[in-house]
Design a protein around this ligand. Sequence first.
Ligand code: NAP
Length: 204
Amino acid sequence: MPSFSIVVAADLANGIGLNGGLPWRLRKDMAFFAKITSKVISNDSRVNACIMGRRTWESIPAKFRPLSNRFNVIVSKNPCYLDDKAEKSNPFVALAGSLEAALSLIKSHQESFSPRLERVFLIGGSQLYNEGVRSTRCQNIILTRIQTTVECDTFFPDIQSSEYTLLPSAKSHEFLETFLNEQVEGGVITEGDYKYEYTVYTRV
Ligand SMILES: NC(=O)c1ccc[n+]([C@@H]2O[C@H](COP(=O)([O-])OP(=O)(O)OC[C@H]3O[C@@H](n4cnc5c(N)ncnc54)[C@H](OP(=O)(O)O)[C@@H]3O)[C@@H](O)[C@H]2O)c1
């Protein structure tokens, strides 16, 4: 089964969502999310896979979904979820009944899907993160830490220090530049009223 990285933006209380959407609007962080989930490192024309819960899929504005240049895997218990949707026939969109099923589907597509699949990301929401952090397939958590607390109704689970190590700031930055093979803005980023930093947890 393929390993994966979690990508998430959370406030100091691990808040990630409000009323089915994001509690903040951070243009640069959205660009970072797009970069980290889209960029492929091999020189052939592969794409990455993004696994997401059905509610996270629905939280993406229609004009931005499926996420471009990525293989979108929607997790839902409803096997008919896509039946009446335009995306049903889109080869970059797939439906899976569980996280395990999503990983199996990606594994079976890794060598046969055209273009081939490279990295795998779990991009939310709370229900799938809860399962994802506990999976030994989860290698890294790439977490944009927003340095305040805002109103949220959806939360990222506590990250156990017995399972993941938070890399110090300079090491997180080095990790991301290596992961992306390009320069990444380091330190605390200010955008409007928000300050945030890209952090990395690696599996112990
Ligand atoms: N800050 C961030 O980085 C970030 C990232 C992503 C999302 N979010 C926010 O998080 C919120 C959405 O999260 P959420 O927890 O409410 O929903 P979610 O995890 O995105 O989706 C939940 C749905 O996914 C399906 N699902 C989840 N786990 C499953 C499993 N193990 N097996 C089968 N189906 C499963 C179910 O769909 P069915 O009901 O169809 O069976 C479930 O109702 C939104 O506010 C969104 O904006 C924030």
